[in-house]
Design a protein around this ligand. Structure first.
Ligand code: 1DF
Ligand code: MN
Length: 347
């Protein structure tokens, strides 16, 4: 049974994955030829790309559609709008030139789908982090010319992290354009993944959160937000566990700084938890459960927690009714489903 459209708020889902058929064929070709070294890729896309299970086959169909089929699924779940992003690992597994070309072509494709249904779709720009200047340029083109709402980065790029100033042209561009960067998960890189694999803990079940939470903390302690104080990063999955760590990270980071324990850690202008409250937004993707949502709203703030479904990976239409029933007043619920997304992504 379809869930009714709400009259009180629009339901905007803010971490919704897609891929072009062309890129899916490139993924399948990597699976066949084993042309990259990335155990996480083979684990994740070996499953969704080739498993005959119902979950994998349905995902495979749904993720390649950004037209009417997806809109029918949204209708059945009561979702008014999706913020589309190129699914993980996206362009980042390719060489910088290929990644740049794929960013441009997929941004053009998603922009056309949005022009066809501006009532239903908005999108983020794929960018190639390992070509930082091209990434900054493509972010600017995608925002200014295509109307996309920010940048998407699927966490580490071939085992490297964005706290390296090598990448900071991207953040300079995002801050100048006043658009957020969505730091979406990727499977852990080769140097981290081994103990996850034999129990299939590498992807959405846990490995994503470990890897992406680490990435966000690296950004904070590197001083990135002292250099770019207005920069906004978006984390899915209620912040990959980090809101649970606010007080302990502050305590330990203070101790590490005061002891001058490591050249990689220096004094910051604010506490780590301040950056997590002032430079991050949090979506509920895959975490449609009241206790942690209420907790993050309480310790971070109602204005920084946004609804996301994580379609098509976690296409659970019933969760929308549970989200409608969150213990929120009318203003807070409208912020959660609609106005926080409208403000952050300038929808
Ligand atoms: C999965 C989950 C895959 C999410 C994703 O992209 C993803 C999954 C490849 O279930 O394996 O974006 N997610 O965000 O939770
Ligand atoms: Mn996702």
């Amino acid at each position: 049974m379809a869930i009714a459209r709400s009259t009180d708020y629009r339901r905007i889902a803010t971490e919704e994955g897609w891929i072009t058929p062309e890129m899916m064929r490139m993924y399948l070709r990597i699976l066949e030829t084993k042309s990259i070294v990335d155990p996480g890729f083979y684990s994740l896309w070996g499953f969704f790309g080739t498993s005959q299970s119902e979950r994998a086959r349905l995902l495979f169909e749904r993720i390649q559609d950004i037209g009417e089929r997806r809109i029918a699924d949204m209708e059945a779940a009561g979702i008014d709008m999706q913020l589309l992003m190129l699914t993980s690992p996206g362009v980042q597994i390719f060489d910088p030139e290929t990644a740049t070309a794929l960013s441009i072509s997929t941004n053009d494709t998603v922009a056309q789908a949005i022009r066809d249904r501006p009532d239903r779709y908005a999108g983020l720009a794929a960018i190639p982090p390992h070509a930082p200047q091209a990434a900054a340029k493509e972010l600017e083109r995608a925002v200014r010319q295509l109307g996309l709402k920010g940048g998407l980065i699927n966490s580490h790029t071939q085992g490297t992290y964005l706290d390296d100033p090598h990448y900071w042209d991207i953040f300079a561009a995002a801050e100048a354009l006043d658009v957020p960067i969505y730091l979406h998960p990727n499977t852990p890189p080769p140097q981290m993944i081994e103990p996850f694999l034999s129990r299939t803990l590498d992807a959405a079940i846990y490995g994503f959160a470990v890897e992406t939470g680490l990435h966000a903390l690296r950004l904070i302690v590197s001083g990135l937000f002292d250099r770019f104080p207005r920069l906004q990063i978006v984390l899915g999955h209620l912040g990959e566990g980090l809101p649970y760590w606010l007080s302990r990270v502050d305590f330990m980071h203070g101790g590490i700084v005061r002891a001058n324990r490591s050249p990689g850690v220096r004094a910051l202008q604010r506490r780590p938890s301040d950056y997590l409250r002032e430079n991050f937004h949090y979506t509920t993707s895959g975490m449609a459960w009241e206790p942690p949502i209420s907790y993050v709203q309480r310790v971070i703030g109602h204005d920084r927690v946004l609804y996301a479904m994580d379609y098509p990976y976690q296409y659970v239409p019933e969760e929308v009714a549970a989200m409608d029933a969150l213990p929120l007043d009318a203003m807070q619920k409208r912020a959660f489903f609609q106005t926080n997304a409208e403000r952050l992504f300038r929808l």
